[in-house]
Design a protein around this ligand. Structure first.
Ligand SMILES: Cc1ncc(C[n+]2csc(CCOP(=O)(O)OP(=O)(O)O)c2C)c(N)n1
Ligand SMILES: [Mg+2]
Length: 819
């Protein structure tokens, strides 16, 4: 069912002009006295108190980093401390009107944002809810030390709990929100609507839109705020995240009931500096970050510049933004002007700015000017503010002392396997929500389903190869697994480039357009970072996402999202978050150097990803089924050469019903007794060809085992095979240097040293660019290369004339040349 938006030349070529609207700058001008109907005295005291809490929290960190002690308590903090002293009004103003259902994401300088949001959430939650959150969170591990030394109100206990959890996390204590595995730059606490903060600046720019997407698709209340520094607005993933969040389709193609544009505020915490460089006037040409919005959509993202030194101006902007977002007119861009007096980090000598400038901002300090406004307007007395300040400073100091106490707040024990235990969640979730999945039509009548029903589920029938049009293939197998899960898990969405009417980059999704509404399957912009980042954000919120990258070679475009985000958040959260994302990546061929490289090794190298590469229809369906019921990030590699491949190995062909193939289990595809050939990816078929020739021409019986996965790997079947054969050849189509097979061969050498008759041989693609289709046989391993290697290095084959020369001398020559 293609969308029907006609592109008419008459319309396209009509003369005209594109107009830009004015961008409001510091439009808010109310005083606290004038805002008495909007803010009660109690509200103003809360704003004051929260700003003072942040100042105290950050001052303590600054003192221990620069002087080694705070208020007489000595402490050596080894980790980072990117402080936001000066930025308190921007943080508190941002958080004041947010509810726990509103979710914030941020970056390395986020302590203030976290505190402001947590304290605001505590005020909005009742005692029972707070009790529940604190006791349930990590079975009360964070609460226990706090509770021991306190017996006051639940609300204050919650404030203590929260400040303590944050400090403990920063100091890498077991009692931190994430057992100290997140640390200063990543601290978060989802029960209060605080989502992961990112040490990769701008990292939240591509992730937060996925959270907003989750809210729309699953009709959840609340808005999302991505707090991003001014210098980080130049990061590619921020731009990609913004364009992803601003797509027309939310309003033009998606069902109206979904709610329109994504409910997200991109909030620039604009302190006028990166570390030492200045975005405005030096490293950007925008003049104002708010101008960024003008290029995004005709609404200019409702961008405005706001005075982040006045918390009431920030609150006002956020309240108006919520109205815009709830009306479906998101995204919104706020350029919140502020300033940090503290250095970028405590080692910062502030050589990039003048003393005079800092003094001017200190004179205009946001906390002090708020005090004069509030007291001057008669809203609250000076003494009330001072009492509140003293009380909150004491609270923060008490929690600081508790968090640095080695006994009350221990670290993970030496030798503990805890970090290893949270690298994967290894869960199993049939559906992440109870509601019925939204489907457009009866799946039994789906054109692709009926087409597949007429296919033969094995490659050979009655001794004859099944004709291509009748053959059930890898593409069909992946489709069946996806459709199965789409019909069970209502949260499951799939997106990527050309995913809908085109049918997915290589036709795997053909038929899904007829089955699924737009919000469950949609075309993304050509923004690989946003595609993967949004999947990460979607999963953090509790949904299942399938993202597609057209070619393995495009992994670089989503490098941070795959290598730092998708892979790391489960462990950085100490198991609080799960990451049910399947990242489908097609591995190309015939398209030359930038479209035909197998990058498995890169994904395999990064801890925290499951990396699988099935190459038969049976394995593809069973492994996709396993990936889609799991809770871990699975990089699911698919070979473009093999999408049309039928099932050659599984007796009886590919079952019609549901089954799973465990991820990480190698599969013996051909039994043998003289030699073990281990494969990963399409090289399975090359190895089978070589094994047939070895048997027919040389009487050598080769066992061929397909790893099917690079991470995890169960070595047991490989060890069993080597005990029997004593000879090992490893082959894949990745370039040989640094390949997965190098690791596998090294591990098997350790495991089977006494059984091996010769050192293992690794056959991979050459350490070159992938050449043109016509030249690929020079690059990818051929079955003759396997025979050459076996003859030369493992088992001499009587009368065999090698075509290539895989000798020691050749190995040394190539390594010396780096090729
Ligand atoms: C991708 C990435 N590049 C560079 C850095 C190093 N770095 C840390 S903070 C920073 C400056 C960020 O400036 P801005 O976005 O304005 O945030 P601010 O520090 O001012 O809050 C840089 C360059 C990083 N952490 N991540
Ligand atoms: Mg900055």
């Amino acid at each position: 069912m293609p969308k029907s938006m006609l592109i008419a030349p008459d319309e396209v070529f009509r003369p005209g002009a594109i107009h830009f609207n004015d961008i409001p700058v510091n439009a808010y001008s109310q005083t606290p006295a004038e805002e008495r109907s909007r803010f009660s005295a109690e509200d103003l005291v809360h704003i004051w108190r929260d700003m003072c809490a942040i100042r105290e929290f950050e001052t303590a960190l600054n003192e221990i980093k620069t002087k080694g002690a705070y208020k007489g308590v000595a402490y050596n903090h080894a980790g980072p401390a990117h402080l936001s002293i000066g930025q308190e009004a921007a943080a508190v103003g941002m958080a004041f009107s947010l509810t726990p259902q509103d979710h914030i994401f941020g970056s390395h300088r986020s302590h203030g944002e976290i505190l402001a949001k947590g304290l605001a959430a505590i005020r909005r939650l009742g005692d029972d809810e707070l009790e529940h959150v604190m006791r349930a969170y990590r079975d009360g591990a964070v609460l226990a030390p706090v509770e021991k030394s306190y017996s006051g109100s639940v609300s204050e206990l919650a404030q203590r709990f929260f400040v303590y959890g944050a400090y403990s996390e920063i100091f890498a204590r077991e009692t931190g929100f994430n057992r100290g595995l997140g640390g200063s730059m990543h601290a978060f606490f989802t029960a209060f609507g605080i989502y992961p903060n990112n040490a990769i600046v701008g990292g939240s720019g591509s992730i937060a839109p996925g959270a907003a997407l989750f809210k729309r698709v699953n009709r959840r209340p609340g808005i999302v705020v991505a707090n991003i520094g001014d210098a980080s607005f130049s990061c590619g993933p921020v731009w990609e995240g913004v364009t992803f969040a601003a797509m027309d389709q939310y309003r033009t193609l998606w069902d109206e009931s979904i709610g329109g544009g994504l409910p997200i505020v991109f909030n620039c915490m604009n302190n006028f500096y990166g570390m030492g460089g200045q975005p405005e006037g030096e490293t950007t040409g925008m003049g104002s970050i708010a101008r960024f919005g003008a290029g995004v959509n005709p609404d200019q993202m409702h961008a405005e510049v706001i005075n982040g030194y006045n918390p009431l101006a920030v609150i006002d902007a956020f309240e108006r933004s919520r109205v815009t977002l709830e009306a479906g007119h998101g995204p919104v861009l706020l350029d919140t002007l502020t300033y940090r007096y503290s250095g970028h980090s405590p080692s910062d000598a502030s050589s990039y700015r003048s003393r005079e400038e800092v003094e001017q901002w200190e004179a205009a300090d946001c906390i002090e000017s708020f005090r004069s406004n509030v007291v001057g307007g008669g809203a609250v007395s000076e003494s009330t503010l001072e009492e509140e300040r003293a009380a909150v400073e004491q609270l923060v100091f008490d929690m600081f002392c508790l968090a640095v106490d080695e006994e009350a707040s221990p670290r993970i024990q030496a030798g503990s396997e805890m970090v290893g235990s949270v690298m994967f969640s290894n869960g199993r979730v049939e559906q992440f929500d109870e509601r019925a999945p939204e489907l457009l039509a009866d799946l039994a009548e789906n054109p692709r389903v009926t087409q597949i029903a007429g296919k033969v589920r094995t490659a050979v029938l009655d001794g004859e190869p099944v004709p291509k049009l009748k053959l059930y293939n890898v593409r069909d197998a992946i489709f069946e697994a996806l459709l199965h899960r789409f019909a069970i898990d209502p949260t499951m969405v799939a997106f990527g480039e050309e995913n809908r009417d085109w049918g997915g980059a290589f036709g795997v999704y053909r038929g899904l357009t007829e089955a699924l509404p737009y919000h469950r399957l949609f075309n993304a912009p050509i923004s690989e970072a946003a595609i993967v980042g949004a999947a990460v954000g979607y999963a953090m919120e509790g949904g299942r996402a399938v993202a597609e990258l057209m070619y393995s070679d495009f992994v670089g475009r989503a490098g941070d999202e795959i290598f730092n985000q998708l892979s790391k958040w489960q462990a950085m959260s100490a198991g609080v978050l799960s990451m049910p994302v399947v990242l489908r990546i097609s591995v190309g061929a015939k398209y030359g150097a930038q479209h035909s490289q197998d990058w498995t090794a890169l994904m395999h190298h990064i801890p925290g990803l499951k990396v699988v590469y099935p190459v038969t229809p049976y394995d593809a369906k069973g492994m996709m089924n396993s990936a889609l019921v799991g809770t871990d990030p699975v990089v699911f590699l698919e070979s473009q050469k093999l999408y049309d491949m039928g099932e050659l190995f599984q007796p009886g062909g590919v079952p019609e019903g549901y089954y799973e193939v465990e991820l990480g289990q190698p599969s013996v595809k051909r039994a043998g007794s003289d030699l073990t050939i281990v494969t990963l990816g399409p090289a399975l078929y090359t190895a089978i060809e070589a094994a047939e020739q070895l048997s027919a021409d040389f009487g050598v019986s080769a066992e061929v085992i397909d790893l099917r996965a690079a991470v995890p790997i169960d070595y047991a079947p490989l060890v069993d095979s080597l005990r029997k054969t004593g000879n090992l050849v490893c082959v894949s189509e990745a370039v040989e240097r640094g390949s997965v097979m190098q690791t596998v061969a090294a591990d098997l050498t350790q495991l089977c040293f006494d059984d091996l008759e010769a050192p293992p041989v690794i056959v991979g693609a050459r350490n070159w660019i992938t050449p043109a289709a016509e030249l690929e046989s020079l690059f990818f391993p051929q079955s003759s290369w396997l025979l050459d290697a076996i003859h030369e290095r493992v088992l001499p084959l009587a009368g065999y004339q090698p075509l290539t020369s895989p000798t020691n001398g050749e190995l040394i020559r190539r390594a010396r040349l780096g090729i």
